[in-house]
Design a protein around this ligand. Structure first.
Ligand SMILES: [Ca+2]
Ligand SMILES: [Ca+2]
Ligand SMILES: [Ca+2]
Ligand SMILES: [Ca+2]
Length: 339
Protein backbone atom coordinates (compact mmCIF):
# COMPACT_ATOMS: atom_id res chain seq x y z
CA UNK A 1 0.00 0.00 0.00
CA UNK A 2 1.21 3.49 -0.79
CA UNK A 3 2.32 5.33 2.28
CA UNK A 4 0.34 8.41 1.29
CA UNK A 5 -2.89 6.42 1.00
CA UNK A 6 -2.25 4.74 4.30
CA UNK A 7 -1.63 8.07 5.98
CA UNK A 8 -4.78 9.56 4.49
CA UNK A 9 -6.86 6.60 5.57
CA UNK A 10 -5.46 6.77 9.06
CA UNK A 11 -6.06 10.49 9.31
CA UNK A 12 -9.68 10.17 8.19
CA UNK A 13 -10.40 7.26 10.50
CA UNK A 14 -8.65 9.02 13.31
CA UNK A 15 -10.69 12.19 12.97
CA UNK A 16 -13.89 10.15 12.92
CA UNK A 17 -12.78 8.11 15.90
CA UNK A 18 -11.66 11.05 17.95
CA UNK A 19 -14.89 12.86 17.25
CA UNK A 20 -16.78 9.88 18.60
CA UNK A 21 -14.36 9.48 21.50
CA UNK A 22 -14.59 13.05 22.61
CA UNK A 23 -18.29 13.15 21.91
CA UNK A 24 -18.72 10.28 24.30
CA UNK A 25 -16.57 12.08 26.79
CA UNK A 26 -18.71 15.19 26.51
CA UNK A 27 -21.87 13.11 27.01
CA UNK A 28 -20.58 11.45 30.12
CA UNK A 29 -19.28 14.77 31.34
CA UNK A 30 -22.72 16.31 30.98
CA UNK A 31 -24.01 13.83 33.51
CA UNK A 32 -21.20 14.34 35.98
CA UNK A 33 -21.83 16.25 39.19
CA UNK A 34 -19.02 18.58 38.17
CA UNK A 35 -21.32 20.21 35.66
CA UNK A 36 -24.29 20.44 37.99
CA UNK A 37 -22.53 22.15 40.82
CA UNK A 38 -23.31 25.63 39.55
CA UNK A 39 -19.80 26.55 40.58
CA UNK A 40 -18.76 28.04 37.28
CA UNK A 41 -19.11 31.63 38.39
CA UNK A 42 -16.15 32.60 40.48
CA UNK A 43 -15.72 36.24 39.34
CA UNK A 44 -16.91 37.78 42.61
CA UNK A 45 -14.60 35.58 44.63
CA UNK A 46 -11.79 36.23 42.19
CA UNK A 47 -12.14 39.99 42.71
CA UNK A 48 -12.03 39.42 46.45
CA UNK A 49 -8.73 37.70 46.04
CA UNK A 50 -7.36 40.71 44.19
CA UNK A 51 -8.53 43.00 46.97
CA UNK A 52 -6.97 40.83 49.59
CA UNK A 53 -3.78 40.67 47.60
CA UNK A 54 -3.57 44.44 47.53
CA UNK A 55 -4.26 44.48 51.25
CA UNK A 56 -1.33 42.19 51.81
CA UNK A 57 0.86 44.31 49.57
CA UNK A 58 -0.15 47.40 51.51
CA UNK A 59 0.71 45.68 54.74
CA UNK A 60 4.08 44.75 53.34
CA UNK A 61 4.84 48.30 52.36
CA UNK A 62 3.76 49.64 55.73
CA UNK A 63 6.09 47.20 57.36
CA UNK A 64 8.83 48.17 54.95
CA UNK A 65 8.47 51.87 55.78
CA UNK A 66 7.89 51.39 59.50
CA UNK A 67 11.32 52.65 60.44
CA UNK A 68 10.27 56.16 59.34
CA UNK A 69 8.23 57.44 62.26
CA UNK A 70 4.95 59.23 61.47
CA UNK A 71 5.20 63.01 61.34
CA UNK A 72 8.98 62.99 61.37
CA UNK A 73 9.62 62.26 57.71
CA UNK A 74 12.31 64.54 56.28
CA UNK A 75 13.01 64.99 52.59
CA UNK A 76 15.64 62.26 52.10
CA UNK A 77 13.48 59.69 53.85
CA UNK A 78 10.48 60.63 51.70
CA UNK A 79 12.52 60.07 48.55
CA UNK A 80 13.69 56.79 50.00
CA UNK A 81 10.10 55.74 50.65
CA UNK A 82 9.05 56.61 47.12
CA UNK A 83 11.91 54.61 45.73
CA UNK A 84 10.93 51.65 47.85
CA UNK A 85 7.29 51.86 46.79
CA UNK A 86 8.34 51.53 43.18
CA UNK A 87 9.74 48.10 44.03
CA UNK A 88 7.43 45.08 44.22
CA UNK A 89 7.12 43.70 47.73
CA UNK A 90 9.85 41.19 48.40
CA UNK A 91 8.13 37.86 48.83
CA UNK A 92 9.67 35.22 50.99
CA UNK A 93 6.81 32.73 50.78
CA UNK A 94 3.58 32.28 48.87
CA UNK A 95 0.98 29.53 48.70
CA UNK A 96 -1.28 29.43 45.66
CA UNK A 97 -3.96 27.26 44.10
CA UNK A 98 -4.21 26.83 40.33
CA UNK A 99 -7.21 28.88 39.15
CA UNK A 100 -6.97 28.32 35.41
CA UNK A 101 -4.95 26.31 32.94
CA UNK A 102 -4.88 27.08 29.23
CA UNK A 103 -4.23 23.87 27.30
CA UNK A 104 -2.22 23.94 24.06
CA UNK A 105 -4.00 23.63 20.72
CA UNK A 106 -0.90 22.81 18.69
CA UNK A 107 2.58 21.39 19.06
CA UNK A 108 3.97 24.94 19.02
CA UNK A 109 1.74 26.62 21.57
CA UNK A 110 3.31 26.79 25.07
CA UNK A 111 6.14 24.61 23.76
CA UNK A 112 9.36 24.48 25.75
CA UNK A 113 12.74 22.89 25.23
CA UNK A 114 12.08 19.96 27.56
CA UNK A 115 15.13 17.92 26.54
CA UNK A 116 17.50 20.84 26.13
CA UNK A 117 18.43 20.16 22.50
CA UNK A 118 17.68 23.73 21.40
CA UNK A 119 14.28 22.97 19.83
CA UNK A 120 10.97 23.45 21.63
CA UNK A 121 8.37 20.67 21.73
CA UNK A 122 4.83 20.02 22.94
CA UNK A 123 3.68 16.59 21.78
CA UNK A 124 0.63 16.71 24.07
CA UNK A 125 -0.28 19.90 22.21
CA UNK A 126 -0.43 17.91 18.96
CA UNK A 127 -2.90 15.50 20.56
CA UNK A 128 -4.95 18.29 22.14
CA UNK A 129 -4.90 20.22 18.88
CA UNK A 130 -6.58 17.33 17.05
CA UNK A 131 -9.19 17.11 19.79
CA UNK A 132 -9.77 20.87 19.65
CA UNK A 133 -9.92 20.84 15.85
CA UNK A 134 -12.78 18.36 16.15
CA UNK A 135 -14.43 21.12 18.21
CA UNK A 136 -14.36 18.81 21.21
CA UNK A 137 -11.22 19.80 23.04
CA UNK A 138 -10.46 19.15 26.67
CA UNK A 139 -10.41 22.84 27.65
CA UNK A 140 -14.10 23.14 28.54
CA UNK A 141 -14.00 20.08 30.75
CA UNK A 142 -10.84 21.26 32.42
CA UNK A 143 -12.45 24.65 33.16
CA UNK A 144 -15.54 22.99 34.63
CA UNK A 145 -13.54 20.60 36.79
CA UNK A 146 -11.33 23.38 38.10
CA UNK A 147 -14.42 25.43 39.00
CA UNK A 148 -16.04 22.40 40.64
CA UNK A 149 -13.00 21.69 42.80
CA UNK A 150 -12.11 18.40 41.12
CA UNK A 151 -8.63 19.57 40.25
CA UNK A 152 -6.82 21.34 43.09
CA UNK A 153 -3.16 21.87 42.33
CA UNK A 154 -1.31 23.74 45.07
CA UNK A 155 2.09 25.42 44.76
CA UNK A 156 4.08 26.28 47.88
CA UNK A 157 6.84 28.83 47.16
CA UNK A 158 9.27 29.45 50.01
CA UNK A 159 12.85 30.43 50.66
CA UNK A 160 15.29 27.56 50.88
CA UNK A 161 18.94 28.44 51.29
CA UNK A 162 19.97 24.93 50.32
CA UNK A 163 18.51 25.37 46.84
CA UNK A 164 20.37 26.98 44.00
CA UNK A 165 18.45 30.20 43.44
CA UNK A 166 17.50 30.37 47.09
CA UNK A 167 13.87 29.29 46.70
CA UNK A 168 11.91 26.07 46.48
CA UNK A 169 8.50 25.34 44.97
CA UNK A 170 6.64 22.23 46.11
CA UNK A 171 3.52 21.09 44.26
CA UNK A 172 0.71 19.25 46.06
CA UNK A 173 -2.62 17.79 45.09
CA UNK A 174 -5.05 19.63 47.36
CA UNK A 175 -8.27 18.73 49.12
CA UNK A 176 -10.89 21.39 49.83
CA UNK A 177 -11.43 21.61 53.60
CA UNK A 178 -15.03 22.86 53.36
CA UNK A 179 -15.99 20.85 50.23
CA UNK A 180 -17.50 24.04 48.78
CA UNK A 181 -15.87 24.90 45.45
CA UNK A 182 -17.38 28.39 45.31
CA UNK A 183 -14.77 29.91 47.63
CA UNK A 184 -11.76 27.97 46.34
CA UNK A 185 -10.35 30.99 44.52
CA UNK A 186 -11.29 33.60 47.12
CA UNK A 187 -7.63 34.25 47.85
CA UNK A 188 -7.61 32.92 51.42
CA UNK A 189 -9.19 29.46 51.12
CA UNK A 190 -7.59 26.71 53.19
CA UNK A 191 -6.71 23.39 51.56
CA UNK A 192 -5.43 20.13 52.99
CA UNK A 193 -2.86 18.09 51.14
CA UNK A 194 -4.56 15.07 49.57
CA UNK A 195 -3.44 11.75 51.03
CA UNK A 196 -2.53 10.59 47.53
CA UNK A 197 -0.48 13.68 46.73
CA UNK A 198 3.13 12.97 45.75
CA UNK A 199 5.68 14.30 48.25
CA UNK A 200 8.55 14.60 45.78
CA UNK A 201 7.15 17.21 43.37
CA UNK A 202 9.93 19.70 44.19
CA UNK A 203 11.51 22.46 42.13
CA UNK A 204 14.55 24.64 42.72
CA UNK A 205 13.45 28.23 42.12
CA UNK A 206 14.80 31.75 41.78
CA UNK A 207 13.13 35.14 41.83
CA UNK A 208 14.24 37.83 39.38
CA UNK A 209 12.28 40.74 40.82
CA UNK A 210 8.71 39.46 40.64
CA UNK A 211 9.54 36.89 37.96
CA UNK A 212 9.68 33.32 39.23
CA UNK A 213 11.62 30.59 37.43
CA UNK A 214 11.62 27.05 38.76
CA UNK A 215 12.99 23.70 37.57
CA UNK A 216 12.41 20.20 38.87
CA UNK A 217 9.36 17.98 39.18
CA UNK A 218 5.68 18.93 39.03
CA UNK A 219 2.32 17.23 39.06
CA UNK A 220 -0.42 18.21 36.60
CA UNK A 221 -4.06 17.22 36.19
CA UNK A 222 -5.90 16.51 32.96
CA UNK A 223 -9.63 15.89 32.55
CA UNK A 224 -10.89 12.46 31.50
CA UNK A 225 -14.39 11.01 31.36
CA UNK A 226 -14.23 9.58 34.85
CA UNK A 227 -12.84 12.75 36.43
CA UNK A 228 -9.30 14.05 36.57
CA UNK A 229 -6.10 12.11 36.09
CA UNK A 230 -3.00 13.38 37.89
CA UNK A 231 0.27 12.92 36.02
CA UNK A 232 3.91 13.46 36.95
CA UNK A 233 5.77 16.13 35.00
CA UNK A 234 9.51 15.44 35.00
CA UNK A 235 12.17 17.90 33.80
CA UNK A 236 9.54 20.48 34.58
CA UNK A 237 10.05 24.22 34.12
CA UNK A 238 7.72 26.84 35.52
CA UNK A 239 7.70 30.61 35.11
CA UNK A 240 5.26 33.19 36.42
CA UNK A 241 4.84 36.80 37.50
CA UNK A 242 4.39 36.59 41.25
CA UNK A 243 2.58 38.97 43.57
CA UNK A 244 1.11 38.50 47.02
CA UNK A 245 -2.26 37.75 45.39
CA UNK A 246 -0.99 34.89 43.25
CA UNK A 247 0.74 34.03 39.99
CA UNK A 248 -0.07 35.59 36.63
CA UNK A 249 1.13 34.86 33.11
CA UNK A 250 2.29 31.45 34.31
CA UNK A 251 3.79 28.97 31.89
CA UNK A 252 4.86 25.41 32.60
CA UNK A 253 6.27 22.57 30.57
CA UNK A 254 7.90 19.21 31.10
CA UNK A 255 7.87 15.52 30.28
CA UNK A 256 4.97 13.15 31.00
CA UNK A 257 6.50 9.68 31.65
CA UNK A 258 5.17 7.18 29.12
CA UNK A 259 4.55 4.57 31.84
CA UNK A 260 1.98 6.96 33.32
CA UNK A 261 0.57 7.99 29.93
CA UNK A 262 0.27 4.32 28.94
CA UNK A 263 -1.55 3.39 32.12
CA UNK A 264 -3.53 6.37 33.47
CA UNK A 265 -4.26 8.18 30.21
CA UNK A 266 -4.87 5.14 28.01
CA UNK A 267 -6.91 3.43 30.74
CA UNK A 268 -9.10 6.52 30.71
CA UNK A 269 -9.53 6.33 26.93
CA UNK A 270 -10.23 2.57 27.20
CA UNK A 271 -12.95 3.26 29.78
CA UNK A 272 -14.59 5.64 27.34
CA UNK A 273 -14.41 3.13 24.49
CA UNK A 274 -15.87 0.37 26.66
CA UNK A 275 -18.65 2.64 27.87
CA UNK A 276 -22.22 2.82 26.59
CA UNK A 277 -21.71 6.00 24.55
CA UNK A 278 -19.39 4.53 21.95
CA UNK A 279 -20.73 2.53 19.02
CA UNK A 280 -19.45 -1.08 19.07
CA UNK A 281 -18.17 -0.63 15.52
CA UNK A 282 -15.88 2.17 16.70
CA UNK A 283 -14.71 0.27 19.79
CA UNK A 284 -14.01 -2.70 17.52
CA UNK A 285 -11.41 -0.63 15.66
CA UNK A 286 -9.29 -0.71 18.80
CA UNK A 287 -10.28 -4.18 20.05
CA UNK A 288 -7.31 -5.76 18.31
CA UNK A 289 -7.87 -9.26 19.69
CA UNK A 290 -11.65 -8.99 19.20
CA UNK A 291 -12.30 -9.92 22.82
CA UNK A 292 -15.19 -7.46 23.08
CA UNK A 293 -13.21 -5.26 25.46
CA UNK A 294 -10.65 -2.55 24.69
CA UNK A 295 -7.58 -2.44 26.92
CA UNK A 296 -4.95 0.25 27.44
CA UNK A 297 -2.43 -2.15 25.89
CA UNK A 298 -4.51 -2.38 22.71
CA UNK A 299 -4.72 1.40 22.53
CA UNK A 300 -0.96 1.61 23.00
CA UNK A 301 -0.53 -0.71 20.02
CA UNK A 302 -3.17 1.01 17.91
CA UNK A 303 -1.73 2.64 14.80
CA UNK A 304 -4.61 5.13 14.98
CA UNK A 305 -3.32 6.66 18.21
CA UNK A 306 0.38 5.95 17.82
CA UNK A 307 0.94 9.08 15.76
CA UNK A 308 -0.26 11.34 18.56
CA UNK A 309 0.11 9.60 21.90
CA UNK A 310 3.81 8.92 21.69
CA UNK A 311 7.08 9.62 23.43
CA UNK A 312 9.17 12.41 21.92
CA UNK A 313 11.76 13.27 24.58
CA UNK A 314 14.54 11.29 26.26
CA UNK A 315 14.60 12.14 29.96
CA UNK A 316 17.23 9.66 31.20
CA UNK A 317 19.88 10.17 28.53
CA UNK A 318 19.89 6.62 27.18
CA UNK A 319 19.18 7.80 23.65
CA UNK A 320 15.62 6.44 23.61
CA UNK A 321 12.56 8.65 23.92
CA UNK A 322 10.61 7.76 27.06
CA UNK A 323 8.27 10.69 27.77
CA UNK A 324 5.75 12.94 26.06
CA UNK A 325 6.38 16.69 26.17
CA UNK A 326 3.60 18.87 27.55
CA UNK A 327 3.32 22.63 27.96
CA UNK A 328 0.47 24.89 29.11
CA UNK A 329 -0.25 28.31 30.59
CA UNK A 330 -1.81 28.94 33.99
CA UNK A 331 -2.88 31.46 36.59
CA UNK A 332 -3.03 30.88 40.34
CA UNK A 333 -4.43 32.77 43.35
CA UNK A 334 -3.18 32.83 46.90
CA UNK A 335 -4.46 30.28 49.40
CA UNK A 336 -3.52 28.63 52.67
CA UNK A 337 -2.07 25.13 52.67
CA UNK A 338 -2.89 23.49 55.99
CA UNK A 339 0.25 22.18 57.69
CA1 LIG B 1 13.90 20.11 22.69
CA1 LIG C 1 -13.77 25.55 49.34
CA1 LIG D 1 -9.49 -6.62 23.47
CA1 LIG E 1 15.30 7.40 27.61
Amino acid sequence: MHLRNLTLTLALTLTLTLTVLVGAQACSSDKSPADDSGAQEPPVDARESTDRGQGLADGGERLDGADAPDGGVDAPQAVDLLAREAQPPALTSLQVVLESMDLPTSGAEYAGDVDGDGDTENQAGVLMGVLAAANMGLQGQLDRRLAAGYLLLLLDLHKDAARSGGFEVQAHVGEDQDSDPRDNFSGNETFDIDVNSPNDALMAARMDGAHLKADGKLVVGLPLASGVVMLTLNKAHLEAEVSSSGMQRGWLYGALPMEEVDTKLLNGFADILNGPNVAPSIAALFDLDQSGDVTAEELKNSPLLAAMIKADVDTDGDGKVDAMSFGAAFTAVSCVIAP
